[in-house]
Design a protein around this ligand. Structure first.
Ligand SMILES: [Ca+2]
Ligand SMILES: [Ca+2]
Ligand SMILES: [Ca+2]
Ligand SMILES: [Ca+2]
Length: 122
């Protein structure tokens, strides 16, 4: 097993952001900076909690920074989900739009399945 240390050899997470020094190298983030992309979300939180990019303020490039989207309740990984569109329902028909994790053959027990296919954004 190859051991790798950055900075303080006794501290595997020098900036205490929850992402290990090795993880920071993997993700291309700064192992000495709690929030590498400056969007007010710690690197560890972005990787493990929000699944956003620790190296991009606006993961889905919809013009709203990740922290803004999380605060507003919109999906920071979905450009169609922006602050103001309540809980991922962009067109306001009370059906939560599904993107990314939804596949044609899986999850057909989901509430979306009985809805119009056009409701499902890809
Ligand atoms: Ca770290
Ligand atoms: Ca960040
Ligand atoms: Ca980010
Ligand atoms: Ca965004």
């Amino acid at each position: 097993m190859i051991m790798m240390h950055i900075g303080d050899v006794c501290d595997r997470d020098d900036d205490n952001d929850g992402l290990s020094d090795i993880g920071e190298v993997t993700w291309g983030t700064n192992p000495f900076l709690y929030d590498s992309d400056g969007d007010a979300l710690g690197d560890g939180a972005e990787v493990f909690l929000y699944f956003t990019s620790p190296t991009a303020k606006d993961r889905d490039t919809d013009g709203y920074d990740d922290n803004v989207e999380i605060s507003a309740g919109s999906n920071p990984n979905d450009a169609l989900s922006i602050p103001g569109s309540s809980s991922g329902d962009v067109n306001g028909d009370t059906v939560v739009d599904v993107r990314g994790s939804f596949t044609a053959t899986a999850n057909c027990a989901r509430a979306e399945c009985g809805k119009r296919r056009s409701e499902i954004t890809w």
